[in-house]
Design a protein around this ligand. Structure first.
Ligand SMILES: [Zn+2]
Length: 203
Protein backbone atom coordinates (compact mmCIF):
# COMPACT_ATOMS: atom_id res chain seq x y z
CA UNK A 1 0.00 0.00 0.00
CA UNK A 2 1.08 3.57 -0.60
CA UNK A 3 2.67 5.55 2.24
CA UNK A 4 -0.25 8.00 1.91
CA UNK A 5 -2.76 5.17 2.51
CA UNK A 6 -0.84 4.21 5.67
CA UNK A 7 -0.80 7.88 6.74
CA UNK A 8 -4.57 8.10 6.32
CA UNK A 9 -5.06 4.86 8.29
CA UNK A 10 -2.91 6.43 11.03
CA UNK A 11 -5.15 9.50 11.03
CA UNK A 12 -8.24 7.27 11.20
CA UNK A 13 -6.77 5.59 14.31
CA UNK A 14 -6.04 9.01 15.81
CA UNK A 15 -9.60 10.20 15.11
CA UNK A 16 -11.00 7.04 16.73
CA UNK A 17 -8.73 7.38 19.75
CA UNK A 18 -9.68 11.05 20.16
CA UNK A 19 -13.38 10.18 19.93
CA UNK A 20 -12.97 7.54 22.66
CA UNK A 21 -10.72 9.53 25.00
CA UNK A 22 -11.87 13.10 24.34
CA UNK A 23 -8.20 13.96 23.82
CA UNK A 24 -8.57 15.58 20.39
CA UNK A 25 -5.37 17.48 19.90
CA UNK A 26 -3.42 18.24 16.76
CA UNK A 27 -0.48 16.41 18.36
CA UNK A 28 -2.45 13.16 18.43
CA UNK A 29 -3.49 13.54 14.77
CA UNK A 30 0.10 14.28 13.74
CA UNK A 31 1.37 11.28 15.73
CA UNK A 32 -1.10 8.99 13.93
CA UNK A 33 -0.08 10.29 10.51
CA UNK A 34 3.67 10.17 11.20
CA UNK A 35 3.44 6.73 12.79
CA UNK A 36 1.59 5.53 9.69
CA UNK A 37 4.34 6.77 7.40
CA UNK A 38 7.37 5.98 9.60
CA UNK A 39 8.04 2.31 8.63
CA UNK A 40 8.42 3.23 4.95
CA UNK A 41 11.47 5.38 5.75
CA UNK A 42 13.36 2.10 5.23
CA UNK A 43 12.52 2.24 1.50
CA UNK A 44 16.18 2.48 0.49
CA UNK A 45 17.65 0.30 3.22
CA UNK A 46 16.10 -3.12 3.78
CA UNK A 47 12.58 -2.16 2.79
CA UNK A 48 9.78 -3.79 4.78
CA UNK A 49 12.32 -5.21 7.21
CA UNK A 50 14.50 -2.51 8.81
CA UNK A 51 11.65 -0.40 10.24
CA UNK A 52 8.74 -2.82 9.83
CA UNK A 53 7.88 -4.75 13.01
CA UNK A 54 4.51 -6.47 12.68
CA UNK A 55 4.92 -8.58 15.84
CA UNK A 56 7.24 -6.61 18.13
CA UNK A 57 5.57 -3.38 17.01
CA UNK A 58 2.14 -4.73 17.99
CA UNK A 59 3.52 -5.76 21.38
CA UNK A 60 5.06 -2.29 21.85
CA UNK A 61 1.75 -0.70 20.80
CA UNK A 62 -0.11 -2.69 23.47
CA UNK A 63 2.42 -1.47 26.06
CA UNK A 64 2.12 2.14 24.83
CA UNK A 65 -1.69 2.00 24.99
CA UNK A 66 -1.45 0.57 28.52
CA UNK A 67 0.98 3.39 29.32
CA UNK A 68 -1.59 5.95 28.18
CA UNK A 69 -4.34 4.28 30.23
CA UNK A 70 -2.03 4.46 33.26
CA UNK A 71 -0.81 8.05 33.01
CA UNK A 72 -3.26 9.76 30.61
CA UNK A 73 -2.62 13.04 28.82
CA UNK A 74 -2.27 14.10 25.19
CA UNK A 75 1.47 13.33 25.04
CA UNK A 76 1.07 9.72 26.21
CA UNK A 77 -1.82 9.27 23.76
CA UNK A 78 0.31 10.70 20.94
CA UNK A 79 3.13 8.26 21.74
CA UNK A 80 0.64 5.37 21.79
CA UNK A 81 -0.84 6.50 18.47
CA UNK A 82 2.55 6.76 16.79
CA UNK A 83 3.56 3.24 17.85
CA UNK A 84 0.11 1.80 17.08
CA UNK A 85 -0.04 3.36 13.59
CA UNK A 86 3.47 2.07 12.80
CA UNK A 87 2.52 -1.44 13.97
CA UNK A 88 -0.72 -1.43 11.96
CA UNK A 89 1.28 -0.26 8.92
CA UNK A 90 3.77 -3.13 9.25
CA UNK A 91 1.10 -5.79 9.82
CA UNK A 92 -1.18 -4.50 7.06
CA UNK A 93 1.64 -4.61 4.51
CA UNK A 94 0.93 -8.35 4.47
CA UNK A 95 -2.46 -7.54 2.92
CA UNK A 96 -0.80 -5.85 -0.06
CA UNK A 97 1.57 -6.97 -2.81
CA UNK A 98 5.09 -8.38 -2.61
CA UNK A 99 8.51 -6.79 -2.83
CA UNK A 100 9.35 -6.69 -6.51
CA UNK A 101 9.87 -4.22 -9.32
CA UNK A 102 6.43 -4.94 -10.81
CA UNK A 103 4.29 -6.11 -7.87
CA UNK A 104 1.23 -6.40 -10.16
CA UNK A 105 2.86 -9.51 -11.64
CA UNK A 106 2.55 -11.18 -8.24
CA UNK A 107 5.75 -13.23 -8.31
CA UNK A 108 7.25 -12.20 -4.95
CA UNK A 109 6.45 -14.14 -1.78
CA UNK A 110 7.85 -11.40 0.47
CA UNK A 111 5.36 -8.91 1.93
CA UNK A 112 6.82 -7.90 5.29
CA UNK A 113 9.50 -9.33 7.59
CA UNK A 114 8.55 -10.92 10.88
CA UNK A 115 11.54 -10.36 13.19
CA UNK A 116 9.94 -12.51 15.88
CA UNK A 117 9.90 -15.73 13.84
CA UNK A 118 12.66 -14.69 11.43
CA UNK A 119 10.53 -15.24 8.33
CA UNK A 120 8.87 -13.15 5.62
CA UNK A 121 5.07 -12.97 5.69
CA UNK A 122 3.63 -13.68 2.26
CA UNK A 123 1.57 -11.06 0.42
CA UNK A 124 -2.23 -11.60 0.53
CA UNK A 125 -2.75 -9.13 -2.33
CA UNK A 126 -6.12 -7.77 -1.19
CA UNK A 127 -4.53 -4.57 -2.48
CA UNK A 128 -2.57 -5.98 -5.41
CA UNK A 129 0.22 -3.38 -5.41
CA UNK A 130 1.01 0.09 -4.07
CA UNK A 131 -0.72 2.61 -6.30
CA UNK A 132 -3.40 0.14 -7.51
CA UNK A 133 -6.91 1.57 -8.02
CA UNK A 134 -8.13 -0.29 -4.91
CA UNK A 135 -5.27 1.34 -2.96
CA UNK A 136 -6.60 4.79 -3.91
CA UNK A 137 -10.17 3.76 -3.03
CA UNK A 138 -9.05 2.40 0.35
CA UNK A 139 -7.20 5.65 1.04
CA UNK A 140 -10.27 7.75 0.20
CA UNK A 141 -12.53 5.52 2.31
CA UNK A 142 -10.34 5.76 5.42
CA UNK A 143 -9.74 9.49 4.80
CA UNK A 144 -13.42 10.45 5.15
CA UNK A 145 -13.80 9.96 8.96
CA UNK A 146 -10.44 11.66 9.53
CA UNK A 147 -11.44 14.57 7.29
CA UNK A 148 -14.75 15.02 9.10
CA UNK A 149 -13.19 14.71 12.57
CA UNK A 150 -10.72 17.53 12.07
CA UNK A 151 -10.52 20.99 10.56
CA UNK A 152 -7.87 23.39 9.30
CA UNK A 153 -4.39 22.03 8.65
CA UNK A 154 -5.39 18.37 9.15
CA UNK A 155 -8.10 18.67 6.49
CA UNK A 156 -5.57 20.25 4.15
CA UNK A 157 -3.17 17.36 4.85
CA UNK A 158 -5.94 14.82 4.09
CA UNK A 159 -6.71 16.48 0.75
CA UNK A 160 -3.00 16.65 -0.09
CA UNK A 161 -2.55 12.95 0.75
CA UNK A 162 -5.48 11.95 -1.45
CA UNK A 163 -4.08 14.13 -4.26
CA UNK A 164 -0.64 12.52 -3.97
CA UNK A 165 -2.27 9.05 -3.96
CA UNK A 166 -4.17 9.73 -7.18
CA UNK A 167 -1.08 11.20 -8.89
CA UNK A 168 1.11 8.29 -7.76
CA UNK A 169 -1.45 5.74 -8.96
CA UNK A 170 -1.49 7.40 -12.39
CA UNK A 171 2.30 7.22 -12.82
CA UNK A 172 2.91 3.93 -10.93
CA UNK A 173 3.28 1.66 -13.98
CA UNK A 174 4.71 4.23 -16.46
CA UNK A 175 7.30 5.09 -13.78
CA UNK A 176 8.74 1.56 -13.88
CA UNK A 177 8.80 1.58 -17.69
CA UNK A 178 10.59 4.95 -17.67
CA UNK A 179 13.14 3.76 -15.11
CA UNK A 180 13.82 0.68 -17.25
CA UNK A 181 14.21 2.84 -20.32
CA UNK A 182 16.70 5.08 -18.51
CA UNK A 183 18.70 2.09 -17.28
CA UNK A 184 18.86 0.63 -20.80
CA UNK A 185 19.90 4.01 -22.23
CA UNK A 186 22.68 4.48 -19.67
CA UNK A 187 26.13 3.10 -20.57
CA UNK A 188 27.32 0.24 -18.35
CA UNK A 189 30.38 2.12 -16.99
CA UNK A 190 27.99 4.78 -15.61
CA UNK A 191 25.59 2.18 -14.21
CA UNK A 192 28.50 0.65 -12.31
CA UNK A 193 28.32 3.70 -10.04
CA UNK A 194 24.63 3.09 -9.26
CA UNK A 195 24.01 0.70 -6.33
CA UNK A 196 23.25 -2.73 -7.76
CA UNK A 197 19.90 -3.16 -6.01
CA UNK A 198 18.44 -0.13 -7.84
CA UNK A 199 19.18 -1.50 -11.29
CA UNK A 200 19.30 -5.26 -10.69
CA UNK A 201 15.78 -6.03 -11.94
CA UNK A 202 16.03 -3.69 -14.93
CA UNK A 203 19.25 -4.71 -16.65
ZN1 LIG B 1 5.44 -0.50 4.51
Amino acid sequence: MMATTHALVGLLLAAGASAITGEGSLLVAAAGILGGVFPDLDLYAGHRKTLHFPVYGSLLAAIAVAGYVAVGGALALAVALFVLAAAVHAASDALGGGLELRPWEGTSERAVYDHFRGVWWRPRRLVRYDGAPEDVLLGVAVAIPGYLAYSGVVRTAVLAAVGVSVAYALVRKPMVALAEHLVHATPDPVLDYVPERFVRDMR
